[in-house]
Design a protein around this ligand. Structure first.
Ligand code: BES
Ligand code: MN
Ligand code: ZN
Length: 523
């Protein structure tokens, strides 16, 4: 227990820090986070918690100003627990001798020259869990033992980013929510300017991830097509993204009967969200995301518990909105257009029936052999619309499309499909950078896989994930195209790594990095 005078003193120190704090990033995090991040080149004296990032080659842990007694105490404790600075190690010392902080946490970062960004993020996430489970209020993270100036800034920013990613909470539907993590973090770095600049870039990504998580977490009744589109507009328009929302009449007038069909059974009719970031005057990169705001399966009704996760069937669309938000906040000089077809797949006397034939925007007639294969129906028109109206140089779509994908590659990676080597290789690079891994599956040959007796094509076939991909390929035409099936990756049943429980925001980090890697490589 803290004695009263101590906690008063701490509160006073907290206020002093807050008033002098130079907040990192845009400050937009405040919408989703209650922690504060700042960078400095000089340590303070007011932190209750001192964290030191320790490279693996550190012979003796020591910071400027430490007495010999402190150094002896700290290093004896580290040796006792075999702490050697390898990445992800964490060791806490309470009441460290000779230090004013109440606790010292040594955090291993391995070889800083070899530390992947996503591992630095995971180190930050683990730190935030530790901190939030303690009574720490003011945390000073000393990174200065990472001596290379560029790496110092990059690692400090990535660890801070990991803290942020883990600290998101979806609590808007709680009548009295648990307090969110609300600590003050101060990062002692080699270059304040460089650390701030790197953190601002990652903060933009975090904001995109939070927007996607928020959209994905919304229950079906709240996050219906119009609500999804409005939330996206609120998030994107202030950043200079041009947002257009087509309502049901406009979707119908444009001839998008495939998109329209899926929502026919719902009071929440089809919408199409278009979000355009004109970062350059070149032909755009198009991102198309599945925005099925709830998937009952339709008359091919889902009859297992899996239906309880189908509010997350809008995660592809949410990832596209999140990526647009991140790219706009980063002010990238790339022309990117996001297209999100929005539907709610449910049942009523108006609903599409198994066996119905829909006519897509490009004129293709589609036999609906399963009303539960609705994702490809809405994406068909989304992809066509992107191609027809924007003449993009490339199209990437992302969708929680098939259970077959989960069977094939599980939930630790996405399945990707494409005939374009540059697209596949750049997506792999983005996957490795973000740890949102991808694995390529074939597009064939699977002769006749979606042939229909009565219409041009049908919406199911076997193998299942490939049938979905080949169906979408039809609508991409000759535009270079890649499909990401991220079924099973939108929701986490429990917190782990950079993810709290619930929506992961999967795809935002992958798409954001991919757009930049692709734009740099495919001139
Ligand atoms: N939204 C589902 C896919 C899905 C499955 C997402 C598991 C997340 C977790 C999709 O609309 C669907 O129902 N797919 C069917 C297609 C089938 C009827 C051809 C499936 O995979 O079972
Ligand atoms: Mn379905
Ligand atoms: Zn679905």
């Amino acid at each position: 227990m803290k004695s009263l005078p101590q906690s008063l003193a701490r509160a006073a120190r907290g206020l002093a820090v807050l008033t002098t704090l130079l907040l990192l990033g845009t400050g937009a995090s405040a919408q989703y986070l209650q922690t504060t991040m700042s960078a400095t080149e000089t340590p303070g004296a007011d932190a209750d918690t001192l964290v030191v990032l320790v490279p693996a080659d550190t012979e003796q842990l020591s910071l400027p100003g430490w007495s010999q007694a402190t150094i002896d105490h700290v290093n004896r404790a580290l040796a006792t627990r075999d702490f050697d600075g390898s990445a992800r190690q964490q060791l806490e010392l309470l009441a460290p001798a000779g230090l004013s902080a109440d606790r010292l946490i040594a955090v291993g970062v391995g070889d800083p020259a070899q530390l992947p960004r996503h591992v630095a993020e995971e180190i930050g996430a683990a730190l935030s869990v530790h901190i939030d489970g303690s009574n720490a209020d003011i945390i000073e993270v000393n990174t200065r033992l990472i001596t290379d100036p560029a790496r110092n800034a990059g690692i400090a920013a990535a660890v801070a980013h990991g803290v942020d990613l883990r600290n998101y909470r979806f609590d808007q539907l709680k009548s009295s929510a648990e307090p969110r993590p609300s600590q003050i973090y101060r990062w002692v770095v080699h270059s304040q300017a460089q650390a701030e600049q790197q953190y601002a870039m990652l903060d933009a990504v975090a904001q995109g991830v939070f927007t996607a998580r928020e959209l994905t977490n919304l229950p079906g009744g709240d996050g219906h097509p119009a609500a999804f589109a409005e939330y996206a507009r609120e998030q994107l328009a202030p950043l200079g993204v041009e947002v257009t929302i087509l309502g049901p009449e406009q979707v119908e007038a444009a001839g998008m009967g495939s998109l329209l069909g899926v929502s026919k059974g719902s009071q929440h009719k089809a919408h199409l969200l278009v979000a355009h970031w004109r970062g350059s005057s070149e032909a755009p990169i198009a991102l198309v995301g599945k925005g099925n705001t709830f998937d009952t399966g339709g008359y091919d009704l889902k009859t297992t518990d899996s239906i309880l996760q189908m509010q997350s069937d809008k995660a592809g669309g949410a990832a596209v909105v999140g990526a647009l938000k991140a790219l706009a906040a980063q002010q990238v000089q790339i022309n990117v257009v996001g297209v999100v077809p929005l539907s709610q797949n449910s049942i009523s006397g108006e609903a599409m029936l198994p066996g119905d034939v829909l006519t897509a925007g490009d004129g293709t007639t589609i036999e609906v052999t399963s009303t539960d294969a609705e994702g490809r129906l809405i994406l068909a028109d989304g992809i066509w619309y992107a191609r027809d109206r924007f003449e993009p140089r490339v199209i990437v779509d992302i969708a929680t499309l098939t259970g077959a994908k989960v069977t094939a590659v599980g939930t630790e990676m996405s399945a990707i499909f494409s005939e374009h080597d540059t697209l596949v290789s750049t997506m792999r690079q983005a996957g490795e950078l973000t740890n949102e891994l991808v694995w390529q599956l074939p597009l064939g040959p699977y002769p006749g896989i979606i042939d229909s007796r009565i219409a041009d094509i049908k919406n199911t076939g076997s193998p299942g994930a490939q049938a979905g991909a080949i169906f979408l390929q039809h609508f991409a035409g000759d535009t270079p195209w890649l499909h990401i099936d991220n079924a099973g990756q939108a929701l986490a049943s429990s917190a782990s790594g950079i993810h709290p429980a619930g929506a992961t925001g999967h795809g935002v980090r992958l798409l954001t990095e991919w757009v930049k890697i692709y734009a740099a490589q495919a001139q």
